[in-house]
Design a protein around this ligand. Sequence first.
Ligand SMILES: [Ca+2]
Ligand SMILES: [Ca+2]
Ligand SMILES: [Ca+2]
Length: 409
Amino acid sequence: ISLTDIGGSESSATTDVLVNLSTNSPGGEFREHGTGRKITSIIIPAGRSTVYVDYYDTANGTWILTASAQGFETGRAKVNVKPDTTPPEIEIKINDPKHETPSGIYVSGLTPISFSIKDDLSGVMEVRYRIDENSWNSYYSDFNLNAYSEGMHVITYFGIDRAGNKGTEKNITIILDKTPPNVEKVSPTGKLFSNSIVVNFIAKVNDSMSGVKEVELFVDDISQGLMNISRGEYVKKVNLSEGYHEWSIRVMDRVGNFLDFNYSFTLFVDTKNPIIYEISQPSAVFGESAIISCKAYDEDSGIKAVYLFYSTDKGSSWMVFSMTLQGDTYIGSIPPQFIFTEVHYYVEVVDNAGNRFRSSLFKYTVGIPPWLYSIIALSIAVSIYILLAKKLFAKRKTKSDRVLQQVSD
Ligand SMILES: [Ca+2]
Ligand SMILES: [Ca+2]
Ligand SMILES: [Ca+2]
């Protein structure tokens, strides 16, 4: 509304000017600009030519607003009022990085959270939000949850339009994950004996919150790309030269938290097979285990394990045991088998580089034990005794029958 002085010109006042404000609308009122406080007059300070006031009206129609001040022509303005009774529409926006799952949306401490707001008529005056049961905040720009503890949080929010309509409170539950994945175990580290220059890098990585997104492998400061998942572990094969190597993995979860882990190892290539010698040949009898012993040697990487294989069905199926080292000898035992069973066996040795060597095939037949001989001898003796006793008894019986016969005669 413009006021003109009696001379007809708009200019800055040299003293404060008190301006009375009025409207012919039953639903209209003037409010102090920005604060919403109801007013009926306003002062234009000395030296200023304009002042802002807000006008609110809930009555539908065309109304006349009047501004009057002493010494000025009364100013009038026409307003078209459309009452705003609908609160603003508000949507929360969880920006990237995020990970949506059926159990909730995971975010990192740096995930920006914002609101999109629109109002049908008067426009949005304010958006208010709070985290959990903390105090309410006015929304000005993106925020994040970095200051909060890991886990579930509830964000509650609502909007207010310029007509004072307050929207209903909405809320969303999000899960805050601020921790990079954890590395449980890796290989290789220390000394690596291998029978080739192909090194298999393995890392077991987990993330208890949003989950592991990717694991990148670096060997001697050169990225080898992302590792592949195989049976719950991250793996990648790389061809390397013999000797010392440094390597690292960058583990990242599904909301972008990442961390580097550093390792090193020395590669020793061993392509020579280990050897086995002095394999014993047992003389096993029924009821007793057969003890097999042997010695093994590997020049480069050393013996990793020695296995005893045996078969009681002439090689159709095999049983295997790890032999145990006692002093300089590997010992294994084949369980007791039935008399006359033909047992086949051989020994296999593996060095620390994975080279294997298998002995030739041996066999033995389960014999009769001395105690069984005794029983057989004893039962033969018993049978002979019974036979003799029967014959003797039969003779006596014939004799007494004859005596009885004589008496009856
Ligand atoms: Ca509205
Ligand atoms: Ca995590
Ligand atoms: Ca070897």
